[in-house]
Design a protein around this ligand. Structure first.
Ligand code: UN1
Length: 506
């Protein structure tokens, strides 16, 4: 029996056939999907996909569930998410292994991803008692003015392969405490992770008598993805994926006046100044650049180094890359697992060709590893500012290193790309750090000091500017996107004064 099947059975899942879940497995005629283990290139499961008709059924179930969920007091909705968090805690090990097996990230990161879901549930439970609205001073006597937040409706969650479960939880945990059922369309590269999570959700929903608040549709973008994006009963689509795809989705959803939360491409930079703690910087750079085999949207892609430490840092970095262990992600000693599939390897190889054409110098790596699976060498490139390929997000472990003279030049380079997700500076100079964080500093949604670009905590709002899409998810007040704001004015006088002093006497 293969390991995927063993894990699924330990979670009480005996079959993975139906492609959609909405208060009971639905069959679908959307064709078969093969899940492949990126470490071996071998299939590990076959999943029946949903089709357009199945999607319609799921949408109806979600709409009905909304009528019930919206009237459940928010702290009671929090209890559902508390129970979900407890289940995830109990199954952390199996789920973490499944993420690692199907997606290819190392086990420690697979477990970390499940921890991120658990943290998200804890956060959402607290939030369920804190969906605060403001009270405003009315300009009219004996009038009370305030705002309240109401549930919005079913939320469509379209997730990427690189975080097969955590990004769903950022959305789902918040949506449910806000009173919104969810319809999840996971990446077709990682259907088993979604099925495993959905089964856990089913058990929880059943226990609380709220079947239909967690829904799953596995299928191609053209078939079920487009249906979800165009569904007038889904007022919010939260999409994580490429900028090209996000642009299309944003346009479609805007056409029907729906809302979107977009988490699109990043092209994140770290600045290292001459006064930085180089030991600290080196460790942070290494994890941010090669962690998850360069397949995080927060992955460090551009390293901007002040000239006095450039040679020293580059030399140490190459030495560190040489000591990386590349291999089976489930082996505890492995640092770097495979890329997700053959297409990802091809994209990296195409980028390497472009790099050479554009005059970049590959100083470490640059090859695919022979043998089964989708393994590549993490690669370091001496880059120059004219390189177009470095302005694109290649979802692979390629690190472009630039040399600069000043902090100002470094900030300009940091901000010179079309994406604006994450950024960081390494310095012990208070003025430099504060300038980087100021309005004339980094233009990204995330800006760190003496910490790498990836591995954000869930307590903050996550997201980025420019072509990253502008969405915010997870912590802080990101919940407001999942609710509708209502401004209310109550007149408890016997007069009817008009605002702005307008007179209308008859
Ligand atoms: C993503 O790559 O889509 O900050 C999300 C991080 C993780 C989330 C990444 N907490 O790297």
């Amino acid at each position: 029996m293969n390991e995927a099947r063993q894990i699924l059975e330990s979670l009480g899942i005996s079959e993975v056939n139906p492609g959609a879940y909405a208060a009971g497995w639905l069959s679908g005629k959307g064709g078969e999907l093969v899940s492949v283990n990126p470490t071996t290139g071998e299939p590990i499961a076959r999943v029946q996909q949903a089709d357009a008709a199945t999607y319609e059924q799921v949408s109806r179930v979600a709409q009905e569930a909304f009528l019930k969920l919206r009237m459940m007091p928010a702290p009671k909705r929090g209890e559902i998410i508390r129970a979900l968090g407890d289940e995830l805690r109990a199954h952390k090990e199996q789920l973490g292994r499944l993420v690692s097996l199907e997606m290819g990230k190392i086990l420690s990161e697979g477990l970390g991803e499940v921890q991120e879901m658990i943290d998200m549930c804890d956060f959402a439970v607290g939030l369920s008692r804190q969906l605060y609205g403001l009270t405003m001073a009315s300009e009219r006597p004996r009038h009370r003015m305030f705002e309240q937040w109401h549930p919005l409706g079913p939320v469509g969650i379209i997730t990427a392969f690189n975080f097969p479960v955590a990004v769903w939880s950022w959305n789902a945990a918040i949506a449910v405490v806000c009173g919104d059922p969810v319809i999840w369309k996971p990446s077709s590269k990682v259907p088993l992770c979604a099925i495993a999570v959905q089964h856990i959700c089913n058990r929880v929903a059943q226990r609380f008598g709220v079947e239909g608040i967690f829904n799953l549709v596995i299928g191609t973008g053209r078939e079920v993805g487009q249906k979800l994006v165009d569904d007038p009963h889904v007022p919010l689509i939260s999409f994580t994926g490429s900028t090209a795809q996000g642009r299309k989705i944003a346009t479609s959803v805007a056409g029907r006046f729906g809302r979107t939360i977009l988490e699109l491409g990043g092209n994140n930079a770290v600045i290292v100044l001459e006064d930085a703690d180089l030991d600290l910087a080196l460790r942070a750079i290494l994890f941010a650049a090669v962690g998850t085999t360069g397949q995080r949207c927060t992955t460090l892609r551009r390293l901007i180094v002040q000239k006095g430490v450039y040679d020293r840092l580059l030399e140490r970095l190459i030495k560190a890359y040489k000591s990386l262990r590349i291999g089976n992600p489930l082996e505890p000693s492995t640092h770097v697992g495979p890329l997700v599939d053959e297409a990802a390897v091809a994209d990296m190889m195409a980028a390497l060709e472009k790099i050479k054409e554009e005059g970049g110098e590959i100083v470490y790596g640059g090859h695919r590893l022979s043998g089964p699976g989708y393994f590549v060498e993490p690669t370091i490139v001496k880059a120059h500012k004219g390189m177009q390929i470095a302005c694109e997000e290649t979802f692979a472990p390629i690190l472009y290193v630039y040399q600069v003279d000043t902090l100002e030049e470094a900030i300009e380079l940091n901000n010179s790309v079309r994406q604006g997700l994450s950024s960081a500076i390494f310095t012990n100079n208070l003025r430099a750090a504060e300038k980087f964080l100021s309005p004339e500093g980094s233009d990204c949604g995330i800006a760190n000091v003496n910490i790498g670009t990836s591995g954000a905590e869930i307590g903050g709002a996550f997201g980025g500017e420019k072509e990253t899409g502008g969405g915010r998810e997870a912590g802080s007040d990101a919940w407001k996107a999942y609710m509708r704001r209502q401004t209310c004015t109550i007149n408890y006088s016997t007069e009817l004064p008009l605002a702005q002093g307008v007179r209308f006497d008859v």
